[in-house]
Structure formats: C-alpha cells, structure tokens
Design a protein around this ligand. Structure first.
Ligand SMILES: *[C@@H]1O[C@H](CO)[C@@H](O)[C@H](O)[C@H]1NC(C)=O
Ligand SMILES: *[C@@H]1O[C@H](CO)[C@@H](O)[C@H](O)[C@H]1NC(C)=O
Ligand SMILES: *[C@@H]1O[C@H](CO)[C@@H](O)[C@H](O)[C@H]1NC(C)=O
Length: 483
C-alpha cells in the first residue's frame, strides 16, 4: 500500500517539469526519485557553472551512515542525480555505515585545484565531534576520504561553511557540542589549501545554538542559527555585524514568532547575484525525525533591511526564481476557506479568532470525519497548499504535551491527513502537517492532478503511528499549473 502510493506520486511528478520552487514539498529528481539530500550545501562547478547540491543521503529507516548524495541543476529547481559523492566504507574509522556523516559542505580550492568536502564526522554517540575532509578532482565525485580533524584542538558538531565574496576566504562555522564547556559557535578561517582551519575569527559564546550559516551583503554579515532541539524545529535567530570578527548584534528572530521558522532549522544560505537583482536564499531543513529519509527542504527568499539591520525569512507556497537575473516572484493561487467547505461526521467549524472568517475546521479524523472543498481545476497537475494548525505542540497522547522545544522527548512532530481528489480513494495522498504552536497556522503543499472545471478535494485523517487525527484546517490555496 505504502510502496504503491510512492510509486504513484513519483510517476505523477515526472510528468511535471519542475521550475518553480515549492518549499516543504516532496521534491523529485529528473528520474522521478525522491530528492534525498538533507542538511546540505551548494557549490558551483568551475567548468560548467552548474549548481551542485550535496546533502545527507538516508535510506528508509536509516539514521547513521548513508553517505553524501549529489545533484546538479541550472535553475535550483530541476535536479539531476549523480548518485553518492561520498560513499560509506565498511569498517572505516570515520565513514563507515555506523558513523555520523552530517551537514556536508563542498568548497573549491584554487590552490589545490580540487573540491573539498567537509562535514561533521562522528561516531553514533557523538563522542568524537570532529570535521571530516574528503577531496575530489570532479565536483560530482567520487570523493576520497583525507582526514578527520579537531579544529584548533576543539570539538566541532553542526558544521557550516561560508566563503566571503569580497576576498574569497572560506570559513568553517561550527558549534562545539552540548557539554557545559562547549555550547559556543565558532567562525574559523580555513587555510588557503582548505585542509584545516587556521584561526578563529569569532566565537559566539554560550548561546547554545547550532546549524550556523552566514549571509553576506555589501554592508553586512548576518549569521543565522538554530536553537538546540534535536530534529525538532524552533525559532531560528540572526545576528548582524559589519565584520566577521564582530562586534555582532544581539540575536533576533528571523521569522514570525512561534512559526518555528516555518517548521525548519537553519543550515545553509546562498547569494544569487543576478543581472538585475541580488537575492539571498534561506536553505533550511524540515526534518522528519520519525523517518529522516523523508525530511524536506525549505528554501525561501530572505528580506534584508540594512537600515534596521534585520533579516527575515519570507514564506511563499510557490515561487518562481530566475537564477540569471536574480529576480523571483510569488505565484498567486485561488483561496478556498474551510468556512465554505462541507464537513462530514465529527468534523466541524470551531470559533477561532486567529482563523480566516473567525473559524477553523477541527475534528478531522479517519475516513468518516472529513472536510470537502469544491475547487476549479485546469486539467493539469497543480500545487495545492493546505493551511493548518496542529495544536500537539510536539506533545502527543501519552507523550509530554505542552513541553515544546525540549531535548530528549519522543514526539510525533506531525499529524498526517489523507487527501482524496474527486473521490478517488485508490489514490490517497499523504499530507504531513507539522506541529504548530496553538493559534499558529502554516501550510504544506501537495501536487494534485485536477480535472478541467469542477473538482472535490477531501481531507481526512491517516495514521501517524498514534491515531488518525488530521490537523485543523483553515483554508487551501490552489495554484495554476506550471506550464
Ligand atoms: C597546498 O597545496 C599544494 C598543492 O597540493 C601544495 O603544493 C602546497 O604545498 C600546499 N600548501 C600547504 C601550505 O600545505
Ligand atoms: C573548546 O573551547 C571551549 C571554549 O569555547 C573550551 O572551554 C574547551 O575547553 C575547548 N575544548 C577543547 C577540547 O579544546
Ligand atoms: C480508512 O480507509 C483505509 C482504506 O480503506 C483503511 O486502511 C483505514 O484503516 C481507514 N481508516 C480508519 C481510521 O478507519
């Protein structure tokens, strides 16, 4: 049943020529396989100018090992797989299938003429806390393991990399672990050969943050980091400075409070200097702690106000990015409110002053308590965004409800709804609905095949391992087909 569902989705996705960026969707490569590259980073090929994305590869059920996958693209939306760039080696001290191989970043070294891949290398219990290095002549790999290094003798956990476009120098960004002696984030300059860090430029002391990335503008550096809540998202914070060595500002939120940065963790960012505009992208991870391999990528444009010294992650369900000009535009869809939809069984509209029309649809459960929207389609595959509230707040059933942002819990993280188009129950779509804080509405997208003219979209509840509750639903937005 599950396998069949994925097959159907993959088949559906290959028909569509992906050009738009849809944050949080299940992404597929040009062969129709899941885009399986998490906590990654971009690098540009010196010869072709193509983008290459490197990320953690996970097979179903896998936590450690997995290696580093690589994909290439001309537009940051269509991705061709090049397989595994760093293959785990059975019995190897640092890259065996039992090792932690996390947050890979690749940087080109002019000096060595090679691509240098760095990552957080560790054992499964995080007792080593070092940086792995592998190199390759070819950007797509295969990469050969070189070394595992304690930077300037210290620990290194979540790993990020940053290259200053003004002088070409590269930096390792890393948190130094969770112990009382650690809990700092380092900005350390690499040597020119990119074989080790040579000097710490700044240390963010005792903020206990992780997953650092740096955004550079003509005037400023903005460092974005996540709180430490394991694979659960939280409100990412930013710092601003004129110089990498500081002084840095106080930390501040980079997205609307309590959205947990739209259910993501920071990790990477990219500057697109186009012919008309410079656009900075936030490239966050939407981890699925229940099944890591199903984690999603959330890439969103950043809004920077140099006068305020602020940087903000802007949410868009679907947007069109032109990597040549640097311009992007949000796609406009048609909104359908729960208030005008049909509820069935125990599903009903409840007063909610934060909801559209002062209500939200709740009690969505299993196959019998559903909500159905009448929508107009254009006879194509169309993105549909479902705006939900999930009040579990990372607690569920007998789990510690109401203790958000706590390390060590065993939370569900999301409910799962079933989405059925035109009553076709042989083709049930699974909609993952992340926890939100109470009163916070965020969206998740699905690509649905709609008929020309009238369609129905019915939302019920699927099992998430605990029960069949769907999240509360505020509205859905149907986007026009891409071509
Ligand atoms: C940098 O790499 C080049 C090429 O591999 C090598 O000749 C040189 O000795 C290296 N320099 C240092 C400081 O390691
Ligand atoms: C790492 O640096 C911290 C300060 O940031 C220091 O207290 C700690 O002892 C260092 N650990 C090692 C192994 O050098
Ligand atoms: C809903 O229907 C599906 C398929 O008929 C079934 O597998 C599932 O158990 C049903 N869910 C509930 C809560 O009854």
């Amino acid at each position: 049943m599950v396998a069949l569902r994925f097959f159907t989705l993959a088949a559906l996705a290959t028909c569509a020529t992906a050009k738009w960026i849809v944050p949080g969707a299940r992404w597929f490569d040009t062969e129709g396989n899941i885009f399986n590259a998490h906590a990654g980073g971009l690098c540009v090929d010196q010869d072709s100018g193509k983008f290459y994305w490197f990320g953690e590869y996970k097979s179903e059920g896998q936590v450690e090992g997995g290696g580093v996958s690589v994909y290439s693209s001309d537009d940051l939306a269509t991705w061709k797989s090049h397989g595994i760039a760093l293959e785990p080696v059975e019995g190897h001290e640092w890259i065996s299938p039992q090792n932690v191989i996390q947050r890979p970043k690749v940087i080109y070294s002019e000096e060595t003429g090679k691509y240098h891949m760095w990552w957080h290398a560790d054992d499964a219990k995080y007792t080593k806390l070092v940086q792995g290095l592998a190199t390759s002549d070819d950007i797509a790999g295969p990469y050969t393991f070189q070394d595992a290094i304690a930077p300037l003798g210290n620990w290194s956990q979540d790993f990020g990399a940053f290259t200053d476009y003004k002088d070409g120098k590269s930096y390792a960004l890393y948190s130094n672990g969770d112990s009382k002696l650690g809990r700092d984030v380092y900005v350390s300059r690499f040597n020119d050969n990119l074989t080790d860090v040579e000097e710490t430029i700044f240390r963010f002391n005792k903020f206990d943050l992780e997953a650092p990335t740096i955004v550079q503008t003509d005037k400023s550096y903005y460092a974005l980091m996540s709180h430490k809540t394991g694979y659960r998202p939280n409100n990412v914070v930013g710092f601003r400075a004129d110089s990498l060595s500081g002084p840095w500002s106080q930390p501040f939120f980079v997205s609307p409070a309590y959205t947990r940065t739209f259910s993501t963790q920071s990790g990477f960012s990219w500057r697109i200097k186009g012919t008309k505009k410079t656009t900075h992208l936030y490239m966050g991870d939407q981890w699925d702690s229940v099944s890591l391999w199903e984690s999603r990528n959330v890439w969103l444009p950043l809004e920077i106000d140099e006068n305020e010294g602020s940087i903000e992650v802007l949410w868009h369900d679907v947007y069109d990015l032109n990597v040549k000009t640097g311009e992007w535009k949000a796609i406009t869809g048609k909104t359908y409110y729960s208030k005008n939809a049909k509820t069935k069984g125990d599903a009903y509209l409840q007063e909610a002053n934060f909801g559209s029309n002062n209500v939200i649809a709740t009690g969505i459960y299993g196959n019998d308590s559903t909500i159905t929207f009448d929508v107009t389609g254009q006879g194509k595959d169309q993105w549909v965004s479902f705006y939900h509230q999930n009040t579990d707040d990372m607690g569920y059933g007998d789990q510690p409800a109401g203790s958000p942002d706590r390390i060590g819990g065993a939370w569900q993280l999301r409910r799962i709804s079933s989405v059925v188009v035109n009553g076709d129950t042989d083709n049930v779509h699974t909609l993952y609905q992340r926890d939100t804080h109470k009163g916070i509405i965020i969206s998740s997208p699905l690509l649905l095949a709609l008929k020309k003219g009238k369609n129905t979209i019915t939302i019920g509840g699927l099992s998430n391992g605990v029960d069949y509750k769907g999240a509360d639903l505020d509205r859905i937005v149907v986007y026009p087909p891409e071509s």
